[in-house]
Design a protein. Structure first.
Length: 82
C-alpha cells in the first residue's frame, strides 16, 4: 500500500486497487494527496463468471473464467457446442 501511495503522490494521479473475492470485492482509491477511500462491492468472481457465461452463451464456466482473467484466450480449448 505504501508503494501505491507514493506512486499516486509522485504522479499526481489517483491509484485504484481492486481485490476480487469469490463473493465480493474490495476497492481502495488512493488520491494524489495520499488520502484513501475504501468500499465493498457486493458481487465477486462467481457473479462475474456467471454473467460472462450467460451473455456469451458459453457451455463451460471455466471458459468464462479464462476470458475474465486472460487477455488472449484460445477458444479451441473449450469450444462452444452451440
Amino acid at each position: 500500500m505504501i508503494v501505491f501511495r507514493a506512486t499516486a503522490i509522485q504522479r499526481q494521479q489517483p491509484v485504484v486497487l481492486w481485490a476480487m473475492g469469490t463473493d465480493n470485492a474490495q476497492v481502495v482509491r488512493i488520491d494524489s494527496d495520499g488520502s484513501t477511500a475504501h468500499t465493498t462491492i457486493e458481487f465477486g468472481l462467481e457473479f462475474l463468471i456467471a454473467l460472462i457465461q450467460a451473455e456469451l452463451a458459453l457451455h463451460f464456466s471455466s471458459s468464462a473464467l479464462n476470458l475474465l482473467l486472460h487477455e488472449e484466450y484460445d477458444w479451441a480449448t473449450h469450444p462452444n457446442p452451440c
